[in-house]
Design a protein around this ligand. Sequence first.
Ligand code: B1M
Length: 215
Amino acid sequence: MHTDHFTAMRQSIIDGAPESAAALARQALELGIAALEAIDQGFVPGMTEVGAEYAQRRMFLPDMLASAEAMKAAMSVLEPELTRQGSQRPAAGTIIVGTTKGDIHEIGKTLVGTLLTAHGFKVHDLGVDVSSEQFAAKARELAADVVGVSALLTTTMRGQRSVVEVLEREQLRPRVKIIVGGAPVTRQWAEEIGADGYAKDAISAVALVQNLIQR
Ligand code: B1M
């Protein structure tokens, strides 16, 4: 129905054009397009394309950075719309999210946190390049129900295993559940490292957390 709009959103990310991405995000809300639909069908496909072009060496690091800035500009318009939905509800649980040590990819992790907030969870975002000890300390301080660890690089996935190990060593397990995600992460990896769950995208992460907390 809004195919042209989604195409323009995708292109604004490929072009690394923050102003245009933010303007398209605002227009989407005015047109009654749901924030999540705009992210999923418009902006994220742009990032996927950028990643593929980078892998083929048709785009380079500065292009990827410009695209990330455009994505963040769009998210800054859409995120308040998503979090507004969760703000009136009583907290459904406390969740810590962050990207693992050595990894500065933040967009997917932030989206996971935003959607959890939109579903009534109290989310504490530790940001990027987070050590296992920082995850453990914050989980203890806030008596968190779930710790969510994102990794976008094959080399930083091992940080997810380390979070499991440190939380075990600090006797925070099994009370605190651990979920993992990110482009190179798989369900099999989650099982191998002893995490409580894996989610392929932000929507599945919400369902997973709801399930883990109800158990
Ligand atoms: Co980087 N990068 N990057 N990058 N980057 C990837 C990940 C890559 C696949 C690109 C490619 O080669 N095709 C590749 C990784 C290869 C690999 O390890 N297998 C790569 C590389 C190599 C690098 C550098 C090493 C490049 C260099 O310096 N030579 C470098 C590393 C820096 C570091 O972290 N130490 C680097 C740097 C960067 C930028 C800084 C330029 C920028 C990030 C900027 C930022 O975040 N502020 C960047 C970007 C933008 C990308 C791509 C293009 C897009 C990532 C993204 O934001 N996607 C990415 C290619 C790709 O993934 N297609 C790529 C959109 C986002 C919504 O999706 O993050 O996958 P995603 O999150 C999804 C799901 O994965 C899931 O839900 C989200 C929403 O549905 N999910 C979770 C994520 N976390 C979750 C946690 C959960 C549950 C689900 O529970 C806790």
